[in-house]
Design a protein around this ligand. Sequence first.
Ligand code: ADP
Length: 264
Amino acid sequence: NGDIRLQYQISHFGEGDRLLVARDITRLVRLEQTRQDFVANASHELRTPLTVIRGYLETFLDQDLPRPLARGMNQMQQQARRMESLVTDLLLLSRLEASQHISDEHPIFVQSLIRQMHEDAQALSMDRGHSFVVEVDSNYDLLGQENELQSAFSNLVFNAVRYTPDNGTITLRWWADTEGGHFSVTDDGIGIEPMHIPRLTERFYRIDESRSSASGGTGLGLAIVKHVLVRHDGHLTIDSTPGEGSTFTCHFPPDMVVPVRDAD
Ligand code: ADP
């Protein structure tokens, strides 16, 4: 719309001299906007045909089919589900990218959010024998957008289940201190080589493509976590030792942490 976007950088020199550099980033901003709009529209448009395909597949699979046909249909159904997850995550990511801050915030009952997450993780783990430890400081809650935080936290918890071998231990923690509120997920799984850590929140960045795809992830989970945290003025830290496990921690500033209200 004719707006010009400039990016300024000020450098300081010894005797109080300063150098101001202005960069015209109008084109870059427009290109980024076009990319975001395209992804949002494409994911939206893909949704309807996918729902139709899935509906027909379900109807066919309800019938008594010859075995090779049933096997093929099952494969199609699995892939259609995978595509649906991808489209859902792409759409969510493009909505998150559309603005840098949540529009309104509400108190989130962290205890019940984590309880729900714990149940979902147990269901995902099924018969893989994972143990779960939950440590929640019940004096503090968090301000924010519940559905976004739920997506972010569950991505971390589901990753822990995916990347931890059978019988491993997964710990969920929530606590508050003078620096703010913190939610962490620790696993004793495969761990991550240090060189990969800075790139993990990029879209579709995967360490081991075959393992990640087989585990059912979309490759967008940590990008979603990062954007949700940015929108809550927070950030993500990742500590990991290959072969020993990883801790992913979401940090929130003190003004997003509130004392739990009495139940009365
Ligand atoms: P994906 O859907 O592939 O899991 P994510 O964005 O959630 O995508 O994660 C990016 C990559 O980070 C994964 O493919 C995996 O290689 C690595 N990763 C994420 N969580 C863990 C974890 N808890 N332990 C080891 N590796 C992990």
